[in-house]
Design a protein around this ligand. Structure first.
Ligand code: HEM
Length: 177
């Protein structure tokens, strides 16, 4: 997983819980990298799983909620780091449909070693989108957070996101605005 995900995660933890918590979870996670991340590096995605799990132990907040909160934060960071992807996109569901077809394609060109999920999208209507998420890393909660962050960015914070696990190990998200 790209270092930017780790640096932004630790930045969020520091601003929400303070530097001592960052230090504690890095120590507790016994990370192969030692926790010294650079934005351009690549690290095992299991390290973020350990960090989130130790943050949960430390704060008493459940892992899924931490991942969703981080996903929404990460969306805002990514969107402002790569402003061209949103250029001319006025509808949040158009933006979400473009993640598989365009954004992650461009991300893959920039970082050939990026570990990206697969999305199959179906636009049910102007205001409803189905996204089937498949990833060996199973970041469904992070994904929900990224979707939520996108909806918030477009002023649809009350939009509805429903989820269903499919028998083939994928997760169906239905987003209605
Ligand atoms: C400006 C928009 C976006 C950019 C630039 C972007 C870029 C990236 C990057 C750099 C990664 C890390 C890859 C790695 O660690 O190797 C990533 C992962 C991921 N992205 Fe995006 N992304 C964007 C929007 C979204 C949105 C809106 C969603 C949800 C629909 C999404 C879903 C994911 C998920 C779930 C992962 C984690 C990897 C996995 O599940 O296998 N991304 N993205």
């Amino acid at each position: 997983m790209k270092g930017v995900v780790f640096t932004k995660f630790l930045e969020m933890v520091e601003s929400s819980f303070g530097f001592d918590t960052v230090d504690t979870i890095i120590e507790a996670s016994d990370l192969p990298s030692g926790g010294a991340y650079t934005a351009v590096g690549t690290y095992p995605h299991t390290e973020i799983v350990s960090l989130v799990s130790n943050l949960s132990k430390e704060t008493g907040i459940e892992v899924p909620l931490l991942l969703k909160t981080f996903g929404a934060y990460l969306f805002k960071v990514l969107n402002s780091s790569y402003p061209t992807y949103a250029e001319g996109v006025t509808h949040p569901l158009d933006f979400l449909e473009s993640v598989e077809q365009y954004i992650h394609v461009e991300v893959r060109k920039l970082y050939p070693d990026a570990e990206l999920p697969n999305f199959k999208c179906k636009r049910v209507s102007a205001n409803e989108l189905e996204m089937i998420y498949t990833s060996a890393r199973h970041f469904e909660d992070l994904c929900e957070g990224l979707v939520r962050g996108c909806l918030e960015e477009y002023g649809h914070k009350d939009a509805e996101i429903t989820r269903e696990s499919l028998p083939n190990d994928s997760e169906k998200f239905v987003i209605k605005i």
